[in-house]
Ligand binder design. Structure first.
Ligand code: ZN
Length: 92
């Protein structure tokens, strides 16, 4: 479902998600509830900076730059601490 941009005459722009077949020409402003007109733009399905866009960017980045680790993950149930004093603690 793509997002569409609306412009409130008082508060400015905001985005709303609509089905492509149900896009209204105006929508109530989430702040002042006045009718805001839909902005005509050739935008994509995702706006930059959105959570979906950040996720797609991070996913694409790991394909070419996989994260590197310096050690294997700790054993299941192993204590994760580097403090040497913790070695003296009783183990159960
Ligand atoms: Zn408004």
């Amino acid at each position: 479902m793509p997002s569409y941009e609306f412009t409130c005459p008082v508060c400015g722009g905001f985005d709303r998600w609509h089905r492509m077949t149900e896009v209204p020409d105006s929508a109530p402003c989430p702040v002042c509830r006045r009718q805001a007109r839909r902005r005509v733009c050739g935008g994509g399905l995702l706006r930059s900076g959105s959570a979906a866009t950040r996720l797609l960017d991070a996913t694409a980045r790991t394909a070419s730059e996989p994260p590197t680790v310096s050690a294997p993950p700790p054993r299941r149930g192993a204590r994760v601490t580097r403090n040497p004093l913790h070695r003296k603690l009783p183990r159960y």
